[in-house]
Design a protein around this ligand. Sequence first.
Ligand SMILES: Nc1ncnc2c1ncn2[C@@H]1O[C@H](COP(=O)(O)OP(=O)(O)OP(=O)(O)O)[C@@H](O)[C@H]1O
Ligand SMILES: [Mg+2]
Length: 391
Amino acid sequence: MSPSPKDTAALPPGSLLGILGGGQLGRMMAMAARTMGYRVRVLDPDPRCPASFVADETIVGHWEDVEAARRLATGADAVTLEIEQIGVASLEAVAEIAPLRPGVEPVRLIQDKILQKNWLSEDGIPVGAFRVVRSMDELRASVRALGGRVFLKTARGGYDGRGQARIGFDGIATDAEIEAAWQSIGARPAVAEAALELEVEISVMAARNANGEVRTYPAARNHHENQILAWSVLPAGVSDEIEVQAESIAAKVIADLKLEGLLCIEFFVTRTGELLVNEMAPRPHNSYHQSERGCVTSQFEQAVRAALNLPLGETKLIAPCAIMNLLGDLWLEAPNGQPNFVAALGEPGVRLHLYEKHTPRAARKMGHLSVVGKTSDEALERVKRAFELLK
Ligand SMILES: Nc1ncnc2c1ncn2[C@@H]1O[C@H](COP(=O)(O)OP(=O)(O)OP(=O)(O)O)[C@@H](O)[C@H]1O
Ligand SMILES: [Mg+2]
């Protein structure tokens, strides 16, 4: 089917943008859309979701609720998303009514780690050794074949390290350990990956609009704690060779997927200098929140531009910048229930971002601190100092 003229026209301010999902990514996209004079409607199971406070309208419904998805799309000029775990039937229902950007197919692939990993390796993209596992027997064989130390990741629904288990990290894995890992992810289809020796983790954000224009951002360097992103900094400080390779992989993948919107690729750089794709996300990404401070165009504005088929914005870095995530633990551990924001804001270059989530829970992303600095080391030091002042 060739796109109708309506599908490829640029949508001017005043148009209505629908967003599937109203979490912090949807909120920050909605803020960028409002800045440019667009109207915003979101769909989320929670009527008081983070985006609800900045959207014109919130439709309450789950990701599998096809009727709610239709209500989101009806009257919208374009629809995008902030979470990939939306039911395919909902995505298809939206796409029948309004241009769905990124598109049904790339999301269907990405939301299933088995389809995603197979697609990447068939597309010739470098990935680490992995096996698809659908039973305890296959898992046992895979642990052996992959060298004994394995990350087991459920195919569907995992995030922030949830739906993951590590095997063989405390010596040779016993059958009991493998069985426990298999049960812990719900004994469901999964990907088993060889545990890699990592030098550094980076990500690259790419954007593509319906006219096929593609732009990539400079790579970000990411640091995880307990499998959750703790901080991220731009620029990554990797070699020119790795930078060029990572950006060109991101540009190739977004074009090959024919994705209209944002695509963030998470990479591993191994101790032996290999650049391997870990996973990808068809939406704004936690590791580019600092683009709001340090890039000509933030990832959120870029998401809006891509969804509305506007010319994509410049992605150049204006200033080194970093973010640090604020997890619910900070609130739970604070003597009076609230981190010391006033102290943190005294640190030069710091800005506070809170997502207006009502209940702090351990490991729940509640907000972040962002900073700019003269160098990435300075940005990182400042954000770490500000973070310590919160405690
Ligand atoms: N094969 C691997 N070898 C070494 N480390 C790994 C491997 N897979 C995952 N990790 C570590 O665990 C982190 C989280 O893994 P992954 O990105 O697959 O999970 P996720 O649940 O999708 O996380 P997020 O939502 O934060 O991106 C990685 O960033 C990396 O630090
Ligand atoms: Mg990840």
